[in-house]
Ligand binder design. Sequence first.
Ligand SMILES: *Cc1c(COP(=O)(O)O)cnc(C)c1O
Length: 368
Amino acid sequence: MLDLSAQFQQLKGDLMPAIESVLENASFVNGSEVGEFAKELSIYTGIKHVIPCANGTDALQLSFMSLELPEGSEVICPGFTYIAVAEVCKLLNLVPVFAEVDTDTFNLDPFEIEKHITPKTKAIVPVHLFGQCCDMESIMAIAEKHNLYVIEDNAQSIGAECFYSDGSIKPAGGIGHIGTTSFFPSKNLGAYGDGGAVFTNDDVLAKKIKTLANHGQEIKYQHKLVGINSRLDTLQAAILLVKLKHLNHFTKLRQETAAAYDNAFKDIEQVKIPKRFNKSSHVFHQYTLQVLQGDRTNIVTALKAAGISSMVYYPIPVHKQEAFRNDQSLPICENLCKTVISLPIGTEMSQESIEYIAYTFKQIIKQK
Ligand SMILES: *Cc1c(COP(=O)(O)O)cnc(C)c1O
């Protein structure tokens, strides 16, 4: 789906000295690169505080811990997404309430959020799925009206921008009270191992999250809070410092690949190409189509036989997972799980390989 070894070859000249420097200084934990990376990412996103941590799931956990929501509080999140939000809620004795998503953008539908608000609701977690922001203007208005916290899960849309109706532009992850991201290797800004970060413009929350990520201590061996140990390795920070410089270029390549796919598939009635939401830019973490006619399993098999990888994000909605099962019915989420398919959208794809994938996918779709 993404050729990380080809990407490494391209960046090797910058990466190896950065890695070597960490090894030579032997400051593997909390080395200077960690703070430097946090500062650079803050400048890049325009979000005041960036608190690096061990992974994107920890970033969500730290966010919830900092809010100290009463046990049993309800958290509204999408039913069509990665499992992390639901998992963290359960671990912290919060109740994830899954809401329906928009058929076209796959993102949390603001209208559906309101249906689930009860006196116990304390937070909303919009997940900016596949590279595109949720309707944050509407979501923030709902949150304000009902006095709810908003945590943006921005693991998939780093660098995306939200367009507000007054013409202003806001960064994904920097609109709600807290935002989170992941540097898992396959993410748009990927490390060579695990990594994550929490974003906030709130000074008080930032200080608390930083403390929580460091065993609840501000001063060594003085533990003010019950925290966790969640750090970004110095090595990963050094790698991310190099990769951040290329993020805009990589995003542009992803967008170009997406445009080429769009062009190839736009007139094929058997599939629906990814809709561009007019209130967001799209950084194409994934290029995700919907198969409207034909058997998706056969399509995946035929692609594989032609040497083309594809993925189904996500095959089972969160509310149907064994660990989180409830009696909710979310037909749009359930239908998306049956119809979506993502094609390769790497940053190292040649024009020929894009054309080959487009041509082959088109042939397969027409036959299946
Ligand atoms: C990847 C991802 C996460 C979790 O990040 P990890 O670093 O793997 O813990 C959370 N939410 C979404 C939407 C993701 O895509």
